[in-house]
Design a protein around this ligand. Structure first.
Ligand code: AKG
Ligand code: FE2
Length: 342
């Protein structure tokens, strides 16, 4: 085997459990991604170290460049397709209502979901798709799409971005593995049928007097359910993430970058060495806001077991064991339950 491509081995005795910190970051680190596919394992490891530092300590000292591999034209085409979709008449969108689907695919109307159970509904509309391939679990199955006559290029454009973002996620998993001192291929056999859900989101500007009583919010405070999220946001702003002091930090949009949020599956794998990021959005920009998250988790049947280096006598396992897919399914059911029954 090419020595450059040899897999890393775990560092014996490296106790990640002792690395857990309560991060009070004030700024979101920006990490340059250019070495993600470097043939030089030292460069990949250096990048993984930056990722580890950002995930555990919330800090990084890299210059603000992103170098991600998704072409800007693919992003622009998909956002234009999303604008076309959200501009359709309400009945055409409601025909694809996510509540009619057994696998959480399709359209969510304004106030049609409740990401924070304490909220009164989220002031965004969304469109969710997932992997179109095989699978025999409750989240598998086809996507729903608007009629070709309404939006002829929509499906192709959305799937083009979906495929590109899934590929980016597949580059990130080995880096996260290295960051956790696991073999680079640790997640390969756990991500064979990427259980990746992607959303197109539209947030109308909030009307301060009407919508801004503190309980109606673009998307209520929540953590994402999967390992990590690759989030593209436009320039409107409004996304905030919470630090360990409970302070909300603006995730200021930076052109050419994605926000990568850690989710609950990684919190479970790492027994909270990587904590999931609490975040929320309120669109006070006065204009429409569009964003596209892609939530990347492991295969449905993979058990979320704490990694050996992440549990210790001082830090016993914190979470009940559950499979990745079942965890996501339960959380989605809760999110959409209030509007289903109401
Ligand atoms: O729109 C955003 O920036 C965030 C969306 C989000 O947090 C989600 O869909 O889980
Ligand atoms: Fe989220």
């Amino acid at each position: 085997m090419d020595p450059q491509l040899r897999l890393s081995t775990p560092l014996p005795g490296f106790l990640l459990a002792s690395r857990r910190t309560e991060s009070t970051f004030e700024q979101i680190p920006i990490i340059d991604f250019k070495d993600a596919t470097s043939a030089d394992v030292a460069k990949r490891r250096a990048l993984a170290n930056e990722i580890r530092d950002a995930c555990i300590n919330g800090k990084s000292d890299t210059s603000p460049r992103a170098n991600h591999p998704i072409p800007e034209t693919t992003i622009a085409d998909t956002i234009n397709a999303a604008k076309g979709f959200f501009a359709l008449p309400t009945p055409a969108k409601l025909a694809l209502d996510i509540h009619k689907s057994s696998n959480f695919k399709g359209y969510t109307a304004l106030l049609g979901g409740n990401t924070d159970p304490a909220g009164r509904g989220d002031l965004h509309e969304g469109f969710d798709i997932g992997w179109e391939g095989s699978g025999d679990h409750p989240m598998a199955g086809v996507n729903v799409w608007p009629a070709d006559a309404d939006l002829p290029e929509f499906r192709d454009r959305v799937l083009a971005y979906y495929r590109a973002a899934v590929q980016l996620g597949q580059l990130l998993f080995p880096l996260f593995a290295l960051a956790l001192d696991l073999p680079e291929n640790f997640f390969d056999d756990k991500t064979t049928k990427p259980a990746a859900i992607m959303r197109l989101l539209h947030y109308p500007p909030q009307q301060p007097a009407v919508d801004d009583d503190g309980r109606i919010i673009g998307i209520g405070a929540h953590t994402d359910y999967e390992c990590f999220t690759i989030l593209w946001q436009d320039a409107a702003g409004g996304l905030q993430v919470q630090n360990a002091d409970g302070k909300w930090i603006d995730a200021v949009p930076v052109a050419g970058t994605f926000v990568i949020n850690l989710g609950d599956q990684f919190a479970r794998w790492t027994n909270d060495v990587f904590k999931s990021t609490l975040h929320r959005v309120t669109n006070r920009s006065g204009r429409e806001r569009y964003s596209m998250p892609l939530f990347f988790g492991t295969d449905y049947d993979v058990l979320l077991e704490p990694l050996p280096g992440c549990v210790s006598a001082d830090s016993p396992a914190r979470y009940e064991l559950v499979t990745a897919g079942e965890y996501v399914r339960r959380r989605l059911e809760e999110t959409y339950a209030h509007s289903k029954s109401g």
